[in-house]
Structure formats: structure tokens, C-alpha cells
Design a protein around this ligand. Structure first.
Ligand code: 0A1
Ligand code: ZN
Length: 878
């Protein structure tokens, strides 16, 4: 199979025109379907290289359809009809319209049968029905069902499914699909079959099928109305011992959704299947969730604490989709954030309830700033509800998911928990079984709460991160303070002028002397270009604590006096704002450093020392609070980006901190965290702080750092300590580096998910040799472009290595472009996900900017490019 080492040089034709399939789909062009499909029967005769699909569709003209007498349009992708029957009679009146099947129908109700044949083994796109490690599985969101059979592949066509699967019993002993099993039996030649029915009408993107040699971890859950639900997590036999955490997470998620949203599970069984080749994290198919094995399998020896938390988060996310996505789905793909933003908000709230809410909020904001803010300030910026797309797979973005969740959080903040809950109750009740829009969601919140939210809808349509100016003036004589706020949103592609946005800012004043709240927290709504808020009865100098809990997804530019941030870092009563004060202190030092100014590191060093020594803060919070902003996040604050200047400013600061705080760091690094399988918040926090302090310590004294890191690596009885140590070692030029990398590889060679870490850590190394290393790793026998996890581990991690990826030679850009072009021939979706780092050319210093554009142009000019990569590359150039 194709491999980067053997691929020929890509052909480039500068004049290659975009192919006609690269058309733009617009939200304003939405039309209701002309035909509905209330019922579908599917018969699969399964084989790895040949699967026959016999579909029988009950079709009815949609009374709401706009075109009288319209033919039936069934989408297809790489399919050929082997036979078409209308009401039982063979038909040849159909035609192909591109990839789609067009069938003229006289009446208003018919039965249409179609036979097709597909080759799951040849399906390297991992969309539709494909083979992975000898098993068969499906991925249909967003438009994969059309690769299985001809069908109106759009989320507003909901059908009842009856499915029959037939396969060789030895090869595929387990046959699963959505809903409930009805009957099973044996057929000739060692084959067997199973028939299932899903009672809930669903869009075809929620269809799923799995056939393979899998074993279940079984359990059950009794719902709030006393129904018993059978739960099973299906994996390869050897992986069974790694499934318990996912199962525990599932039961916690089921109970949480009952408690917090009043949502009960509705089928008699709930299945999860783990596959190792999967484009995304996981998929919420009705009653049969399919997961990337990275989000199912864990034990303390091979998975980090972060992996454990991610498993809980993703299991919950997919489970929550059963209501926010499956029972109530999207009318069209422009409404994707309806289900994704809401479901991310739900999984974030779940994780916050399961551990430290403050730390969880900090982590969520860190991801938003690291991924969504750069997306929103770059060429791929788009609103939460986009107006157009070429390829919908490109819109499973941090904006749709994470900024979408921030909007739902703002609704929650503005309404308060009770009214918000009344709103979601009404939403689920009113729209159960329907395919709806973001407007329907807001309307339900408004109707249930009596609160007008219309102003907030601008957040759905306007892209870009609002910049908020905040200045607090104090009049000691009048014992009054005045807060002056203003807002601005920079232009984004296709939106040159911006409207005012409503920005809810949780705000309090802290006494500079007393360190207590001298004006209690209030919710200030900045809903004009500017606003003044006056605080009375302020009898000591006030400090501004604003956007507490990150109540709005904006950048606040606070005008701060000397010493103000240091004082807030010590005494702000809101943990997020306290973290923020530390970050702002660090930013001050870092931005001065990138400008070549001599920065005063002392205030930050004092704040970090206080944090490390505090008896009231828990270790997980300490770890977050002392981490410096990442280089990509620093770049966001600069007009012109010089990656070398950012890197050296940050390294200089890390070194100064390491040297000044050596004793405190060494103490935190050596703190006992209990045994490796202790997953309590305290144990996890202690381990996290251990690795964060190790990194800083090594910056202060690399030799000693390498020694301690190697000792942590060798002594580790869990992957968190091991990976934490290796993550520090990979950036050091010390003999311990090679020793640890080799030991790690030798020990875990057979475990794909751990080898992904091995690739990823090396691609992230902050070291000048990383470029050579990454190029060598692309030729490593364990590297393959076919597995999305492996591609992400090497190329994805490298693209986020700001300093090395942006090497002045342009080699980093060329490497990523090579990988994208090669991967595109196998898996366009996975390839397209690697494009965004190349799109950050606009604010890059001129030389690099030119090199980045050059590589984007080379990609865009490649002959036979997929729609996925074509869209990302051409938009990145604009
Ligand atoms: N709905 C899933 C995300 C998802 C989207 C596309 C996929 O196919 C490539 C797979 C999963 C979720 O939000 O979890
Ligand atoms: Zn989702």
C-alpha cells in the first residue's frame, strides 16, 4: 500500500482548474426535500472485499416539497446501481446525475429497490463501510451513507431502519447495527445472519454497522424510570482489560444526563465499538456508538491521566448526543453547531462536575485559545453557523464545537441554571423526532424563560473574536470607581464590517489592600460599542476582576497599573481570574521579550513562587497557573510574527524561572502521588504538577533536568509520569534522551496507541534537530499515512510545534505539504485537517510568509486534489 517513501513526486499543474465537483453549497439555498423515506430495509451480504447491499426504500412525496412532480434524487458516491426496481418491477428509467441517481416517479408513494456492491477493503477514506484490522465498520456522518447505498443523504430525511446482516460466522462472529436485535440464524456454508430494527426514525448519518471478531465488556444501567439497559463495549479480545474506565464513564454519563437534564436513555441496549482506523474521535450512531480506540482503551501503564479524562469526556459526549443530536437532529449541515456546540457544553459541564470545575474551565479555555482563536483570526475563520461550504467535513472545527459551546454557555450564564433547564426541556419536548435549526433552539430557550435572546443571535452569524478594552478609574474622594468598556471585532473573510455583539462579563472589584471582594460579582452586559459602569462605596483602591470564569469568549485588553496583576494573582476570589492574572503577568514579560526589551521577570517569578508554596491551592490548579502561554498563543498577540523571537523570549523566561525557583520546583517534582492507578483528582494533580515543574527545572539546569527526568522515567509505574518525563527529555541534548526513547519504543512496540505518543512527543520536541528527526520518522517502518491517529501523531503534532514548524528554511512547511499531498490520495479528510497551520502566513514575517504561500500554492495546484484539501488550501491562500 502507498507509503511516503515510495510515492512518486506529486504532479503539479499551475493552470489546473478547480474540478466542477468543487461547488459551493449555500445556506440560503436550503429547500425542503421533495421526497421523504419513512422506511428503509437494508440487506448486507458482508465480505471484506465485496459487500452486496440491497436496499428497499418506501418513498413518499413530501407535502412540503417545493417542486411538483420532482423526480426522486438519491445521492451516491463511488456507487453503481446493479439493479433498480420500482414497486417490484425492474426499471431502467433512471439516470445518473454526476454521482447521484435520478429516478422519475409518477405517483406520490412508491417502493424503490436498489442493489449495489462495494469494496470495504479498498475504502481508504474511512467513510461509508470500510475494513479495519479484519473487521468491518461504518462512518456515515456527514455524507458517508451515500458510499453504502443510494439515498437522500441529508439530515432532514428521517427513516425507520430494518437491517439484515449476513456474513461468514468464523470471520465475523459479531454482527451489530442500530436499535434492537430481532432474530438471528445460521445459513449455508458456515454463514450466519442477524436482523435488527431501530424503532426511532433517524437521518442516515446516524446509521451504523459493525461485523467482526469482537468481545464485549458487558454491564447494565437502570434508568430513572426503572428500565434496565444492557451496555456493552466491543473490542478485540486482548483489549478487554482496558475497557473498564470507558464503561464506568458511560454509566456516570447516563446518570448525569438524568440528573442534570432529565434525559433518560430510550433503547434496551447501548453498544460501543472501538476501531483503530477512524477519522475523528467517535460517532454517536443511534444505539451503536463507534469510537476511535484512543477514546476507549486505557490502563495506567499505557494511558495518561489526560487520556483517562478524554475517554470520560468523549464517552459522555457521544452518549449525550442521544438526545442532543439523535432524538433532536439538525435540519441541514449549516446547523451543525446545534448539536455539537450544545453537546460540547454538556460534556464540559459533566467533566466539571466529575472533578475540579475550576481546572476544567482553565483547560477548556486553553484549548479555545490555542485552536479556536487562531482559526478565527486566520483565513479559515467562519461563523458558528457558516453561510457556505464546499466540503462539510472541513467544518467539524473548533469554531463549530468549542466556540459553539461558549455561546451555549453564555445562554446559560444569562438565563441562570433554572431558566436554562426549562429551555432545554422545552427544546427536547417540542422538537423530539425532528430535524431543526439553531433558531429553533434559541426560540425554545426564549419561550421557556421569557427572556429575549434575539441580540445574542449575532454570535451565530458573525465570525471573529471580539476584542474588549477595559479601564477602571478610581476616585478616592468620591469613593467611586468607573469601568469603561469598549469592543471591536476585526474583519474576517467575507465579513468586512462587523456589528456590535452582546458580551456578558462577570465582574467584581477586589480591594488592593484587603484582597477581598469590595464590589460583589455582577453580570455586566456590554451590548453597545462602549459602556460605562459606576461602582459606589468603594473605600479602597480597587482591582478589576473581569470576565470571571471566562464568561464570554473574547480577548480582554485591560489597562493595568504596576503591581495590579501580581496582587490579583494572589488574591482574586475567582479561580479562573486568578489564573488569568498569572497568564497576563507572563504575557507582559513575554511580549516585552519578543520586542527585544529587557523584561522584568521578578513579578512573575514571585507569583509562581507564591503559587507553588500555597497551602490552599490544589496541585492541578498550581500546574495550570504556572504554565506559560504557548508560542502559538503568544503569536496571536503580535502584529508581525517572528517565531524565533517568540521562542527565545519564552525560553529565556523559562530559564530564569527555572534558575530562580529551583528548590520549589524540585520539591513539587518529587512529591509523592500515590500509586499509578490512583486516579483521584489529588493524585492526578500531583502527577501533572510533577511534570510541569520538571520541565521548568530542566529549563533552569538542563543537565540536572535530564538526570531527574530520566529517574522519573525509570521509576514510573504509570504512563503519566513516563510520558511527562519523556516529554521533557525529547527537548534536551542529553544522552538520557536517546536511552529513554529507545526504552519506550522497545517496551511498547506492540501497542499502537502508545507508539502514537512516541511519534507525537518527538514531533513536538523543542530542539533544532527536530526537523531532521521528523523527516526520518516519516520513513520509520511504524509510520503509515493510512492510519489517521498515526498521521496526526507525527504531522499534526509537528504542525503545532510553532518554532520548528516555522523554521526559517521553510523545510517544515515543505514537509507538511508533502504529507498532505501524499495523504490526500488515500484519505482526503485526514489530509485536509493538516492544512490550517500553513494558513497562518498573513502575519508571519515576510520571508516565511512567502514560503508558506509557496507550499499552499503547490498543494492547491496538485492535479486530482480532493475537494477537502482543495477547499482548505485555496481558502488559506485568500
Ligand atoms: N459527530 C461526531 C463527530 C464526527 C464527525 C464526522 C465523523 O466522520 C469522519 C466522525 C465523527 C462527534 O461530534 O463526536
Ligand atoms: Zn459531537
Amino acid at each position: 500500500m502507498a507509503d511516503v517513501r515510495t510515492l512518486p513526486e506529486a504532479e503539479t499543474t499551475p493552470e489546473a482548474p478547480p474540478s466542477p465537483t468543487h461547488a459551493t453549497i449555500r445556506r440560503e439555498d436550503y429547500r425542503p426535500p421533495d421526497w421523504l423515506v419513512p422506511q428503509i430495509e437494508l440487506k448486507f451480504t458482508l465480505g471484506i472485499e465485496k459487500t452486496r447491499v440491497q436496499a428497499k426504500l418506501t418513498v413518499e412525496r413530501n407535502p412540503e416539497g417545493l417542486e411538483a412532480g420532482a423526480p426522486l434524487l438519491l445521492n451516491g458516491d463511488e456507487l453503481k446501481p446493479l439493479g433498480v426496481w420500482i414497486d417490484g418491477n425492474p426499471s431502467d428509467s433512471w439516470t445518473m446525475k454526476g454521482d447521484d441517481l435520478l429516478i422519475p416517479l409518477a405517483g406520490d408513494a412508491h417502493e424503490v429497490a436498489i442493489d449495489t456492491e462495494i469494496n470495504p477493503f479498498a475504502n481508504s477514506k474511512l467513510m461509508g463501510l470500510y475494513a479495519s484490522n479484519g473487521m468491518l465498520c461504518t462512518q456515515c456522518e456527514a455524507e458517508g451513507f451515500r458510499r453504502i447505498t443510494f439515498f437522500p443523504d441529508r439530515p432532514d430525511v428521517l427513516s425507520r431502519y430494518k437491517v439484515r446482516m449476513e456474513a461468514d460466522e468464523a470471520q465475523f462472529p459479531v454482527l451489530l447495527t442500530n436499535g434492537n436485535p430481532v432474530e438471528t440464524g445460521k445459513s449455508e456454508g458456515g454463514r450466519h445472519w442477524a436482523e435488527w430494527e431501530d424503532p426511532f426514525p433517524k437521518p442516515c448519518y446516524l446509521f451504523a454497522l459493525v461485523a467482526g471478531d469482537l468481545k464485549p465488556n458487558r454491564d447494565s444501567f437502570t434508568t430513572m424510570s426503572g428500565r434496565k439497559v444492557d451496555l456493552a463495549i466491543w473490542v478485540r479480545k486482548a483489549d478487554l482489560p482496558k475497557t473498564q474506565h470507558a464503561m464506568d464513564s458511560l454509566k456516570e454519563a447516563m446518570a448525569w444526563d438524568e440528573r442534570v437534564y432529565g434525559r433518560e436513555y430510550d433503547l434496551d441496549l447501548f453498544n460501543i465499538v472501538a476501531v483503530s482506523d477512524f477519522n475523528m474521535g467517535a460517532m454517536e450512531n443511534k444505539g451503536l456508538n463507534i469510537f476511535n480506540s484512543a477514546y476507549v482503551l486505557a490502563d495506567p501503564d499505557t494511558a495518561t491521566d489526560v487520556d483517562f479524562d478524554n475517554i470520560a469526556r468523549v464517552v459522555a459526549h457521544e452518549y449525550f448526543h442521544n438526545w442532543s443530536g439523535d432524538r433532536v437532529t439538525c435540519r441541514d449541515w449549516f446547523q451543525l453547531s446545534l448539536k455539537e456546540g450544545f453537546t460540547v457544553f454538556r460534556d464540559q459541564s459533566f467533566s466539571a462536575d466529575m472533578g475540579s470545575a475550576a481546572v476544567k474551565r482553565i483547560e477548556d479555555v486553553r484549548i479555545l485559545r490555542m485552536v479556536q482563536f487562531p482559526e478565527d483570526s486566520g483565513p479559515l475563520s467562519h461563523p458558528i453557523r457558516p453561510d457556505s461550504y464546499m466540503e462539510i467535513s472541513n467544518f467539524y472545527t473548533s469554531t463549530i464545537y468549542n466556540k459553539g459551546a461558549e455561546l451555549i454557555r453564555m445562554f446559560h450564564t444569562v438565563l441562570g441554571p433554572e431558566k436554562f433547564r426549562a429551555g432545554t426541556d422545552l427544546y427536547f419536548e417540542r422538537h423530539d423526532g425532528q430535524a431543526v435549526t439553531c433558531d429553533d433552539f434559541v426560540e425554545a430557550l426564549e419561550d421557556a424563560s421569557g427572556v429575549d435572546l434575539s441580540q445574542f443571535k449575532i454570535w451565530y452569524s458573525q465570525a471573529g473574536t471580539p476584542q474588549v478594552g477595559a479601564k477602571l478609574d478610581y476616585d478616592a474622594e468620591a469613593k467611586a470607581a468607573t469601568l469603561r468598556l469598549d469592543q471591536r471585532v476585526a474583519p474576517t473573510p467575507g465579513q468586512s464590517s462587523k456589528q456590535v455583539m452582546p458580551i456578558p462579563l462577570r465582574t467584581a472589584l477586589i480591594g488592593e489592600e484587603s484582597g477581598t471582594e469590595i464590589a460583589p460579582e455582577q453580570l455586566i452586559l456590554l451590548d453597545g460599542l462602549s459602556r460605562e459602569v459606576r461602582f459606589e462605596g468603594i473605600d479602597e483602591a480597587p482591582l478589576l476582576s473581569i470576565n470571571r470564569g471566562f464568561s464570554a469568549p473574547v480577548v480582554v485588553h485591560g489597562a493595568r497599573r504596576d503591581g495590579e496583576l501580581e496582587r490579583l494573582a494572589q488574591s482574586d476570589t475567582d479561580p479562573f481570574a486568578r489564573y488569568e492574572a498569572m497568564q497576563e503577568l507572563a504575557f507582559g514579560a513575554l511580549l516585552a521579550g519578543t520586542r527585544g526589551e529587557q523584561a522584568d521577570f521578578e513579578p512573575l517569578i514571585r507569583a509562581v513562587r507564591n503559587t507553588l508554596r500555597s497551602n490552599e491551592l490544589d496541585p492541578a490548579f498550581k500546574a495550570e497557573a504556572i504554565l506559560l502561554p504557548q508560542e502559538a498563543v503568544i503569536a496571536e498577540r503580535l502584529e508581525v510574527i517572528d517565531p524565533d523571537a517568540i521562542h527565545s523570549a519564552r525560553e529565556q523566561l523559562r530559564k530564569a524561572m527555572g534558575e530562580a525557583l529551583m528548590d520549589d520546583l524540585a520539591k513539587a517534582q518529587s512529591a509523592a502521588a500515590g500509586s499509578g492507578d490512583d486516579l483521584s483528582p489529588l493524585a492526578k494533580g500531583t502527577r501533572r504538577l510533577r511534570s510541569v515543574t520538571l520541565g521548568m527545572l530542566a529549563a533552569g539546569d538542563p543537565q540536572q533536568g535530564a538526570r531527574i527526568a530520566k529517574a522519573q522515567f525509570d521509576a514510573a509505574d504509570n504512563m503519566t509520569d513516563r510520558q511527562g518525563a519523556l516529554g521533557v527529555l525529547v527537548s534536551l541534548d542529553a544522552p538520557e534522551r536517546e536511552q529513554a526513547l529507545q526504552a519506550f519504543y522497545d517496551r511498547f512496540e506492540q501497542d499502537a496507541l502508545v507508539i502514537d505518543k512516541w511519534f507525537s512527543l518527538q514531533a513536538a520536541a523543542q530542539r533544532s534537530g527536530t526537523l531532521d528527526e521528523v523527516e526520518r520518522l516519516a520513513s520509520h517502518p511504524a509510520f503509515t499515512l493510512q492510519n489517521p491517529n498515526r498521521l496526526r501523531a507525527l504531522v499534526g503534532s509537528f504542525g503545532m510545534n510553532h518554532w520548528v514548524f516555522n523554521d526559517a528554511s521553510g523545510r517544515g512547511y515543505r514537509f507538511v505539504a508533502d504529507m498532505i499531498i501524499a495523504a490526500d490520495r488515500l484519505n482526503p479528510q485526514a489530509a485536509a485537517r493538516q492544512v490550517p497551520p500553513l494558513g497562518r502566513w498573513r502575519r508571519m514575517e515576510p520571508k516565511r510568509s512567502e514560503l508558506m504561500r509557496g507550499q499552499l500554492e503547490r498543494i492547491a495546484d496538485t492535479r486530482g486534489l480532493s475537494r477537502d484539501v482543495y477547499e482548505q488550501a485555496t481558502k488559506s491562500l485568500a
